[in-house]
Design a binder for this molecule. Structure first.
Ligand SMILES: Nc1ncnc2c1ncn2[C@@H]1O[C@H](COP(=O)(O)OP(=O)(O)OP(=O)(O)O)[C@@H](O)[C@H]1O
Length: 267
């Protein structure tokens, strides 16, 4: 799908081979610790990428720099040639309990990014209705976060990330605070969201099975200073299900990712 999007700031075109985020000569240190030194990568529109690598290699730091949450020390991050201030991004945090505003009802949380953009109430409600229909939300959003299950709360934070029609959504360990049943529920919803909206998604997960199951490519990172060791393709159609876990393409992508991971960890 090719589209030209016009927002208030400028316009850009999106297509399967267009870069949504380009990282060039990126450098990041924490004190004397070099995390990234001349890191380069291109994330394309409509692609689901998982990031996997050794503990502490800088996976969260990478998406936080892309999302503008963590400053970087050198290089450049551009959104389709534009500065981040001109881009629309979504971010789903690991800990949904801390990420949602507890004093606001679920629908108010979801509408929040639209409210800070200055969107009138009638349009916000219309966008909310669209999201409810698109993702087949069966529960009543006119309740407070604590009244929902963990999986439902994480889904609410995903809907909040999607509300402003982002070009890219970053997901930092979205399953780690969920039990297995809720993880499966959110995994299915993420696939639905990805296939319906075809925006770029970037997932950081410690679980290799989740990382491979959801992604079209796994970005395998090295130990620090961190570089891309390999991009492992996961050439399988969506929606993926239990049977996917037994397919040769899935098993091969998982095997190769694990092999690279072990090589890196034991270096
Ligand atoms: N705000 C910070 N101040 C100082 N050091 C930091 C900060 N944030 C991260 N670090 C350090 O930078 C390195 C990379 O951290 P980061 O959380 O990005 O790695 P990660 O690959 O996501 O880690 P993990 O696999 O453990 O989740 C770690 O050594 C971490 O301790």
């Amino acid at each position: 799908m090719h589209a030209t999007v016009t927002d208030s700031a400028n316009s850009y075109s999106s297509g399967p081979n267009t870069s949504v985020v380009t990282l060039t000569h990126l450098c990041k240190n924490f004190g004397s610790e070099i995390i990234y030194d001349d890191f380069n990568f291109d994330f394309k529109y409509g692609t689901f990428t998982s990031i996997f690598g050794p503990n502490g290699c800088g996976k969260s730091t990478l998406i936080n720099m892309m999302a503008g949450l963590t400053p970087y020390d050198g290089g450049q991050i551009l959104y389709n040639g534009r500065d981040i201030s001109k881009a629309t991004i979504g971010y789903v945090f690991q800990n949904y309990r801390e990420a949602l505003f507890p004093w606001w009802k679920a629908y108010e949380n979801i509408e929040y990014p639209l409210k800070i953009k200055g969107m009138p109430a009638a349009e916000r409600h219309q966008r909310l209705d669209e999201l409810i229909e698109q993702f087949d939300i069966k529960f009543d959003l006119n309740r407070y976060p604590y009244e929902f299950s963990g999986g439902q709360q994480q889904l609410i934070s995903i809907l909040r990330a999607l509300a402003p029609n982002p070009e890219i959504v970053f997901l930092d360990e979205p399953f780690s605070a969920l039990d297995y049943e809720m993880t499966l529920f959110i995994r299915d919803k993420l696939q639905l969201i990805f296939t319906q909206s075809k925006i770029a998604m970037v997932l950081v997960s410690h679980d290799l099975e989740d990382a491979v199951f959801l992604a079209e490519q796994v970005l395998m990172l090295s130990k620090r200073p961190t570089r891309v060791v390999e991009i492992v393709p996961v050439d399988l159609p969506y929606p993926r299900n239990d049977r996917t876990l037994q397919l040769p393409e899935f098993l091969e992508a998982k095997r190769r990712s694990l092999e690279i991971f072990q090589q890196e960890v034991h270096k």
